[in-house]
Design a protein around this ligand. Structure first.
Ligand SMILES: Cc1cc2nc3c(=O)[nH]c(=O)nc-3n(C[C@H](O)[C@H](O)[C@H](O)COP(=O)(O)O)c2cc1C
Length: 396
């Protein structure tokens, strides 16, 4: 099958993933919270960002090499952390890590992934970032941090936009509970997806949050509940300060929406700011993330490394985020759809789709230089903190 013909964009991978995995898992992956306005707001704001195309510029080769936090990657995008990725598709964390190395992009391993840092370490080389939620016990945190470092992860992502679980009604309706409840509906749903079952049988491990195994005594269903309690430390400025003191690697703070928070985070020692609203999974009534990006850039100045995520599904979206002030762009769901749709070759294909779309669109602009993207914006962002959230208002 020529995937470029049968599945030319991420939405095609999403549709195939929907057919290949049990419904409760697809809803976990695909849903946002409430009426899911967060997804819609992000999409509409991204779509409102246009570029002026150019002509007669000859052959354009998009130069996608991007240096971020001192490391040069082959693309300006990477893989965002997704909890329980190995439940979405068996061995997903390993497949994603291998693809990240093969394509020289970063892979962020979630602290609530199925695979532990040690499981992923043999495959990830220097391209691994580790995502960390605040843990309620400082003693456990002090054991976890050296373990993460010893497994070879030098960059820690501290996620701060989950003060509490969100409702995610679609996920609830699909009967997804933590720990997963194995009832007739889930068993029927699993049985109806033989490729998914077979992949799990081959992998041979019961999906659980393996990073937490060493810190808890129970196993199976119980371990989920206990792990939940462990990670449900509440992020606050004090926990950030302690983490900064204890972690001597690079620290990225993820889930930032307000310019004043971004500025304060840099003062507190964050090495990079990850601008994100968890793609509408936590709160649906905030502004579009992309509209906050230029405001945050204006607040922190030109030198603070900024990451954008939330709603990126096209190479063109990557370009939009770069044009609005990001240095790097991450994608969550897209890579999970990809691995669920076609296993490892799906990940390669998703990377191909994004690169090909960037190349095609950069050609239309007539420049291969990603740093020049702001010059091509149809309307320049207003770099004032008092600017209304919709920087590129459709009315204007
Ligand atoms: C199923 C799922 C699980 C996620 N788990 C985590 C997580 O464990 N830690 C975290 O920091 N972010 C997590 N995220 C958020 C992603 O890292 C990222 O911010 C978001 O998915 C980006 O938006 P996109 O999916 O539209 O690309 C998760 C997202 C999804 C869809």
């Amino acid at each position: 099958m020529d995937l470029d013909l049968s599945h030319p964009c991420i939405e095609d991978l999403r549709q195939r993933a929907k057919k290949r995995i049990p419904k409760f898992i697809f809803e976990y992956l695909d849903s946002a919270t409430g009426r899911e306005l967060g997804l819609k707001i992000n999409r509409e704001a991204l779509d409102a960002i246009g570029f002026m195309p150019g002509i007669l510029e000859g052959r354009v080769e998009a130069d996608m090499k991007t240096t971020f936090l001192g490391q040069t990657f082959d693309a300006p995008f990477g893989i965002a952390p997704v909890g329980m990725s190995g439940l979405i598709w068996a061995g997903a964390e390993r497949h994603l890590a291998k693809a990240a190395v093969a394509h020289n992009i970063p892979y962020s391993l979630s602290s609530v992934a199925v695979a532990s840092p040690e499981d992923v370490a043999p495959y990830i080389g220097d391209n691994g970032w580790f995502q960390f939620y605040p843990v309620s016990s400082p003693e456990i945190r002090r054991k976890m941090l050296p373990r993460i470092k010893a497994a070879g992860f030098d960059t820690l992502i501290f996620t701060v936009d989950v003060p509490e679980e969100s409702r995610r009604e679609r996920q609830r309706r699909a009967n997804l509970t933590v720990p997963p409840r194995i009832d007739l509906a889930t068993v029927t749903s699993m049985a109806a997806h033989p490729a998914w079952c077979l992949a799990h049988l081959r992998e041979g491990i019961v999906p659980r949050m393996r990073f937490f195994d060493d810190y808890i005594s129970q196993r199976g269903r119980e371990s989920f509940t206990h792990a939940g309690r462990l990670i449900r430390g509440v992020p606050d400025w004090n926990s950030l300060r302690e983490l900064r003191k204890e972690w001597d690697g690079k620290l990225i703070v993820k889930g930032v929406m307000r310019p004043e928070d971004a500025l304060r985070l840099t003062e507190e020692g964050a090495d990079a700011i990850w601008v994100s609203n968890h793609s509408g999974r936590q709160f649906e009534a905030g502004p579009a993330v992309i509209d906050q990006l230029p405001l945050i850039r204006a607040a922190v100045g030109p030198d603070v490394p900024l990451i954008y995520d939330s709603g990126v599904n096209w190479g063109l979206d990557v370009m939009r985020a770069l044009a609005m002030g990001a240095n790097f762009v991450m994608l969550g769901r897209a890579f999970q759809y990809a691995v669920a749709a076609f296993g490892p070759k799906g990940i390669d294909h998703a990377i191909h789709i994004l690169r090909a779309d960037i190349q095609a669109n950069m050609s239309q602009l007539g420049t291969g230089d990603l740093s020049r993207l702001p010059d091509y914006l149809l309307k320049r962002p207003v770099p004032q903190s008092s600017a209304p959230p919709a920087v590129l208002s459709k009315a204007s």
